[in-house]
Design a protein. Structure first.
Length: 267
């Protein structure tokens, strides 16, 4: 699933392409919204909250979308060839010179703008909120600490605690905190964890590539995430990979037994 910084950048690209323009075409290719036509509406702006995209339109209307595992928004010049098959398009928003196409996007819904809270009100503080404050940081830290026995990796993925962290950042944050993802939340400083999450997302928010090591060269971007063959970027040691999370929510989780202390499946 895309990380919060990926969604943040997608929102900025859409906002630059559409904000202040009138839609000449606004159609959906999903059954529930197939008869809805957004043509003639002005795009007031595109914002994000965690992993949720909110396209705000004239007439007090907001289009909500979520990328989930495979969704993507692309922007094209009018008449340009799409990079994905047409049958994967779920939304087409076109102005005079540009087209924004939502391929395989999910959770599509139109709501009155003043009711956006129905869709994102359950989320914790957005780590990429431009209006971030110490109060938001304290709220996220308190929410993280509220269940001290919960596995840290599981808690970091809970968007109700703080919004924006996906599996890659979960894995890398646990490494940088020096503990395994199965360590109970009580084993870390919650304020430090929140600050680290925001720092990592902010450092990558305005680019398509992501790094947690500070090095963007191929094979050097991460400490342990997807480094099964290469080993730990710090010590070079062999990594372990285990599944974490219940049922369909389980995610492959890398960690370094040498650099990270704490419990792990199988001891």
């Amino acid at each position: 699933m895309p990380e919060g910084d990926t969604v943040f950048l997608a929102g900025k690209v859409l906002d630059k392409a559409l904000a202040g323009k009138t839609l000449l075409r606004g159609e959906f290719r999903v059954p529930r919204l197939a008869t809805t036509d957004l043509a003639g509406r002005d795009v007031l702006g595109v914002g994000t909250v965690g992993k949720h995209l909110l396209t705000r339109l004239s007439g007090d209307l907001t289009l909500h979308s979520h990328l989930r595992m495979d969704g993507k928004w692309d922007v094209y010049r009018t008449g340009a060839r799409w990079r994905h098959p047409a049958h994967q398009a779920r939304v087409i928003l076109a102005t005079e010179d540009l087209q924004a196409i939502g391929f395989r996007v999910h959770d599509l819904e139109l709501v009155p703008t003043d009711e956006e809270h129905r869709l994102v009100g359950h989320l914790g503080p957005d780590l990429l909120d431009p209006q971030w404050t110490d109060e938001l940081a304290a709220r996220a830290a308190a929410a993280l600490a509220a269940d001290p026995d919960r596995e840290l990796g599981d808690a970091l993925l809970d968007q109700r605690i703080m919004a924006g962290i996906g599996n890659m950042y979960k894995v890398e944050m646990c490494f940088l905190l020096g503990v395994t993802p199965w360590t109970p939340v009580s084993g870390v400083d919650p304020a430090k964890a929140v600050a680290l999450g925001r720092k990592l997302l902010k450092s990558n928010a305005w680019r398509t590539s992501q790094t947690t090591t500070g090095d963007l060269r191929r094979g050097r971007e991460h400490w342990v995430y997807e480094r099964t063959k290469q080993g730990c970027f710090r010590c070079g040691g062999r990594l372990r990979i285990e599944s974490q999370g219940p049922g369909h929510q389980a995610r492959p989780t890398w960690f370094c037994p040498k650099c990270q202390s704490g419990p792990a499946p199988g001891g």
